[in-house]
Design a protein around this ligand. Structure first.
Ligand code: AMP
Length: 281
């Protein structure tokens, strides 16, 4: 596996590959602490792209809590093993200077309000950090295809906005959520849960599934309040939000209509760890 720490070296390598006939470049940006969710994106990229680039960069500007950034896991040796085993060709492993040095200036990007609602409202600055770093990474890698997880549902909308504004040639692929055996959505932060809490956290997915069933039988408002009660019954939780949005408008739905598509989105602190999940209704 080629490992590049410098953007110029990576760009030079990729243009050579393109000159030598590589059809397309598939890109999987990550913050490391890789798990099967990341590997599923990588496998899809390997299936579809002739050259696959993975990046690992714990982007400081998208953390709205210093403690979250400090505690973010960074098991780089294990990540390298996983990437080699998966058959990744190229890893981009920059430091913050490489991404933000050389007078690079982050901009306020017009995210059409995505940075003001739900995740945006609860994590001030987060989506501006995401949008800026993805723009910068796309500038460097110039991918044809880029792979993201539905796990971070609102983030995929932010990425599509960045593509619309700055990189219209990039084809965005959104891949399904990979879960632990108990249903908990895989996340690099799950290792911060004690084993018992990690087991219990599977209930979150159960609550989303029950909400889906209930929403088919009763008023949405009622179904949501039953789901909230179930969250409250889990000990050591603090709910940030539990809403159902209309997929087409990203607006909160008040009732469900046939032939429209809806997504239930949840964010909560569980034993001090912030978890997010979602489910199409
Ligand atoms: P992260 O390292 O958390 O920034 O995630 C890198 C990419 O992996 C993002 O596109 C995430 O949405 C995706 N991802 C994270 N967790 C999962 C999961 N459980 N299933 C599928 N994709 C995921």
């Amino acid at each position: 596996m080629n490992v590049f720490q410098r953007a110029t070296d990576l760009s030079a390598y990729l243009s050579k590959r393109k000159q030598s006939g590589v059809r397309s470049v598939g890109f999987v940006p990550t913050m490391g602490a890789l798990h099967q969710g990341h590997i599923s994106l990588i496998n899809k990229a390997l299936e579809e792209g002739s050259e696959v680039v993975v990046s690992i960069f714990v982007n400081p500007t998208q953390f709205n809590e210093a403690a979250d950034l400090d505690n973010y896991p960074r098991p780089i040796e294990n990540d390298l093993k996983l990437l080699i085993a998966a058959g990744v060709h190229t890893l981009f492993l920059p430091d913050a200077d490489e991404i933000y040095g050389n007078n690079y200036r982050s901009e306020q990007i017009d995210l059409k309000g995505l940075d003001e609602s739900l995740e945006g409202a609860h994590r001030p600055g987060h989506f501006q950090g995401v949008a800026n770093v993805v723009r910068r990474l796309f500038d460097i890698v110039q991918p044809d295809l880029a792979y993201f997880g539905q796990k971070d549902y609102q983030q995929t909308l932010v990425i599509k906005r960045v593509v619309e504004l700055y990189h219209p040639q990039v084809n965005i692929r959104v891949m399904p959520i990979i879960r632990e055996e108990n249903g908990l959505a895989m996340s690099s932060r799950n290792v911060r849960l004690q084993p018992e809490a990690r087991e219990q956290a599977g209930k979150i997915y159960g609550i989303l599934n029950q909400l889906k069933v209930d929403a088919g039988k009763m008023e949405l408002e009622h179904a949501l309040s039953l789901a909230e009660e179930r969250v409250e019954k889990m000990e050591a939780t603090r709910l940030d939000y539990l809403v159902v949005i209309d997929e087409a408008s990203f607006e909160e739905a008040m009732s469900l209509q046939e032939e429209r598509s809806y997504v239930a989105l949840i964010a909560l602190y569980y034993h001090g760890v912030r978890l997010i999940d979602n489910l199409y209704l």
